[in-house]
Write a protein that binds this ligand. Structure first.
Ligand code: AGP
Length: 594
């Protein structure tokens, strides 16, 4: 998820472009660049934030230009991989948001036709394809180029010769901001609100030809009309997509995140981690290391992999492993880190490398330190996560762990097929959780009055109890503890009573009866019980004070719907308590110190 912009009008374009980009950094901020059209095409780009580029960039002049702020997916953050990208002659510049799936084959084809590539990106094929088809009509060349492209894109195309911008979109957002004798292009509304609130949303397959006085949109070669909308949001509201906080926005992005991460991996026939080869190399066990929420994803990963692959999986807290970690023999190490910059996890990686252990990193940030030191990196496709509380990154990490395990499952084809179906149904199941806000809000109002809360779960939902407690702790400042339900009677029972609600995660698996017993034991000790239970479970209604129903899924997928439910519960509870949800006290999104 990157931010792309364009401007054509009478204003000096450079400051307009940098202002538009500054408003889109929540979409990606690892590098940025601009291109302006004057006597020739001038490009300036670097591995810096927009504010720094504003300082560093020479005055390029011109009244038409394009810009980009990047969230690297293909090719690490670097000056050459930053956008805009150009054709061989430097006459055509393109900024792009999306993923070109067939870029490798297009690149080979274009190289065989004499084109030279300088970056590692998928995007660079676009200006070269436009150059290939250009015969004096830019929009025709863009149309032809996009016929060759497979994948998602929103692009803005600029040339030195033609006083227009050509834009197009498919599966990535793109808007046109309408001004007075000027027009603006952007990935999203926040960018243009300082200049105008009149907006046209392009639809998939649209190609727009934009000059300072005119906007023409064609679809399948026919000119079409697209409705103009008046935006009533202010910039901050728009950056959050109309949600009150980035956390709520990111929670609601999860159906897309699941789809994107699955699309990424279901397209490659190759398993993401070649366990077979590793078996040949004598790998006999798996060690997963992480911190915080990523550690809880690792714990769920243990259940997934042990059930499907049958290899012993050990999960360690990275900050502990660095100091006492036992010697590792014939072990594959997987480290999970959203930011890729967590000092405790990086130190553990260095320790693993020190004993020549093969390290696979699962991270959300391309080019992050973890991706540099690991032997292999698997990227989650959650996009930038702004809120300190990790939500969508957790779910994306689980998707990768499902995929690793399915790549090597001993399960028969029928089981794998039902799992694949289950994975493909997850986005709509999660959407149903998101649409079930009322009961969660009601429970949050109740919970917000308490200062201590316990979460209990069993089996694959024990780590979910831990994650639910962490989410509530870090954003609502309520002291919350997660427990394996069977552990309460070994001590924590002493604390139970009217002032400590217990949130029980009740899955329809072999732990169901034991969970009911634990709930009865908690009720006997006067603690109010809030249960997460599968739709259709009437028994639980007789026991619990509150029941939040979750959609029916295979037990192995229940951590996804249960965790999203607990993310919402924590969010609404913190909101009831008036907490600064996106940036809680004493915490940082990426903990780069030990
Ligand atoms: C989770 O909401 C917290 N932000 C924190 O526990 C986080 O998960 C932990 O710091 C690990 O971060 P990482 O995944 O970027 O390594």
């Amino acid at each position: 998820m990157c931010g792309i912009v364009g401007y054509i009008g009478d204003k000096q374009v450079q400051s307009v472009l940098l202002s538009l980009l500054g408003r889109l950094e929540y979409r990606g901020y690892d590098s940025c660049g601009i291109a302006v059209a004057g006597s020739s095409l001038k490009v300036y780009k670097d591995v810096v934030r927009v504010a720094a580029l504003t300082e560093k960039a020479p005055q390029l002049g011109g009244t038409a230009g394009i810009g980009h702020t990047r969230w690297a997916t293909c090719g690490e953050p670097s000056q050459v991989n930053a956008h805009p990208h150009c054709d061989c002659a430097g006459n055509i510049a393109v900024v792009h948001n999306g993923v070109i799936n067939n870029f490798q084959s297009l690149r080979q084809q274009l190289i065989s036709e004499g084109h030279t590539f300088i970056s590692e990106t998928d995007t660079e094929v676009i200006p070269h394809l436009i150059e290939k088809y250009y015969d004096g009509n830019l929009e025709k060349a863009v149309e032809a180029a996009l016929r060759d492209v497979e994948g998602s894109y929103a692009i803005v195309v600029l040339t030195a010769d033609e006083s227009k911008l050509v834009v197009a979109r498919k599966d990535s957002p793109l808007i046109i901001g309408i001004g007075d004798r000027e027009n603006f292009i952007a990935s999203d509304v926040p960018a243009i609100l300082d200049f105008t609130n009149r907006v046209i949303y392009l639809e998939d397959g649209d190609i727009g030809i934009v000059t300072k006085d005119n906007i023409k949109i064609v679809s399948d070669g026919t000119e079409v009309d697209r409705e103009e909308h008046k935006i009533l949001w202010n910039v901050e509201e728009a950056q959050k997509g109309g949600y009150d906080h980035f956390m709520l926005k990111e929670i609601h992005e999860q159906p897309r995140v699941i789809r994107d991460t699955l699309v990424e991996y279901t397209q490659t026939a190759e398993p993401v981690v070649d366990l077979e080869r590793m078996r040949d190399e004598g790998i006999e066990s798996v060690l997963i290391l992480a911190c915080g929420t990523s550690y809880y994803a690792a714990l769920v990963g243990k259940y997934i992999m042990e059930e499907l692959v049958g290899v012993p999986v050990r999960v360690e807290i990275a900050s502990e492993f660095s100091y006492y970690g036992q010697t590792l023999v014939r072990t594959l190490a997987i480290v999970i880190t959203q930011s890729g910059e967590t000092a405790d996890t990086l130190k553990a990686i260095r320790r693993l490398k020190g004993v020549r252990c093969r390290v696979v990193a699962i991270t959300n940030v391309v080019g992050s330190s973890a991706s540099r030191v690991a032997d292999q990196t698997i990227y989650t496709r959650a996009g930038p996560e702004i809120s300190v509380a990790a939500t969508k990154s957790f779910t994306a990490q689980l998707m990768v762990l499902y995929w690793i395990a399915m790549g090597y499952s001993k399960a028969d084809a029928r089981r794998l097929a039902s799992m694949l179906l289950g994975l493909r149904q997850l986005p709509s199941k999660v959407q149903r959780v998101l649409d079930n806000g009322d009961i969660i809000l009601q429970c949050a109002r109740y919970l917000s009055k308490y200062e201590n809360v316990f979460f209990i779960g069993r089996g694959i939902n024990f780590p979910v109890a831990l994650e639910g407690a962490l989410k509530l702790k870090e954003i609502s400042y309520i002291h919350a503890e997660g427990y394996a339900a069977g552990e309460l009677k070994h001590g924590p029972f002493a604390l139970l009573g009217e002032n400590i609600p217990v949130i029980a995660i009740v899955a329809q698996d072999n732990t169901y009866e034991a969970m009911l017993t634990n709930i009865k034991e908690v009720k006997v000790r006067k603690s109010p019980v809030m249960a997460l239970a599968e739709e259709g479970d009437e028994t639980i209604r007789e026991l619990a004070d509150f029941v939040i129903t979750v959609p029916r899924v295979e037990v192995i997928f229940s951590p996804v719907v249960n965790t999203v439910t607990l993310q919402l519960l924590a969010y609404y509870t913190a909101k009831e308590r008036g907490c600064p949800i996106d940036f809680p006290r004493n915490l940082a999104k990426s903990v780069t110190v030990e």
